[in-house]
Design a protein around this ligand. Structure first.
Ligand SMILES: Cc1cc2nc3c(=O)[nH]c(=O)nc-3n(C[C@H](O)[C@H](O)[C@H](O)COP(=O)(O)O)c2cc1C
Length: 224
């Protein structure tokens, strides 16, 4: 279908969203390198507050590393079976002056950063982290962002025919220790990726729009 950076999607956006399932079992077939890189590239297009991009992904492909991770994930089989597993992390240190300057430079290089906005960022990012008006903990902040990127990754992957399984079934402390993840980095989820073995998990249903979307007031159904 669409050819992007020399790899082709096998389905469009609507089908990718509708057909994505959390795969519990994977075939051993590897994900072609170009496909994996394209999925990662698209996943990293996710939005983030002040474009801070706090997500960090450990890409595991070696059996011994996947088995080590499986031991931290209550033995869930998809972790060892999938050809690729991402440990999806959020780095709390993105408010450092040096890091903010790197984001400003990214904007300068992309032609989208004005001097005025650069100064706004220099002032606002430390303030956001000090005052925390929209989050209770920095872990909530990192999770907010990382999971958006994970959602992008899952839909992008499905577009290329690659299945995924978002996972919160793991012991954070064990994963951090096993993979030497720094203290100020949160492990937000695991994402096994590959080609699902059949039968694929069936669709579990979703609430109707008017059960979860409210009209102006919390709790007031759109259809009332
Ligand atoms: C944050 C999150 C954590 C999850 N953790 C696990 C997990 O540890 N193991 C697992 O098999 N599935 C896990 N799932 C998959 C869900 O069970 C699955 O997404 C849900 O049942 C809906 O099914 P679907 O994704 O196939 O539509 C998780 C999903 C999310 C979004």
């Amino acid at each position: 279908m669409t050819v992007s950076n020399s790899v082709s999607t096998v389905m469009g956006l609507v089908d990718a969203i509708e057909q994505r399932r959390a795969a519990r079992s994977f075939k051993p077939d590897p994900i072609p390198e170009a496909v994996l890189m394209e999925i990662l590239r698209l996943g990293l297009r996710a939005p983030s507050g002040y474009n801070l991009q706090p997500w960090r992904f450990l890409v595991l492909r070696e059996a011994k590393h996947k088995e080590k991770l499986q031991a931290c994930a209550f033995g869930q089989r998809q972790v060892a079976e999938a050809p690729v597993v991402l440990i999806c992390c959020g780095d709390r240190r993105v408010n450092s002056r040096e890091y903010v300057e790197s984001i400003i430079q990214l904007g300068v290089d992309a032609g989208s950063m004005s001097d005025e906005y650069a100064d706004v960022m220099r002032g606002a990012v430390p303030q956001l982290f000090d005052a925390q008006p929209s989050f209770e903990t920095l872990e909530a902040w990192t999770n907010r962002h990382v999971m958006l990127a994970v959602a992008h990754l899952m839909v992008a992957a499905k577009g290329f025919g690659v299945d995924t399984c978002p996972m919160e079934g793991f012991a954070t402390a064990q994963v951090k220790e096993a993979f030497q993840i720094p203290d100020q980095v949160d492990v937000c989820c695991l994402l096994p990726m590959g080609y699902a073995d059949t039968p694929l998990k069936t669709y579990g249903g979703r609430f109707a729009i008017d059960q979860v979307c409210y009209e102006e007031t919390f709790g007031k159904s759109l259809s009332d």
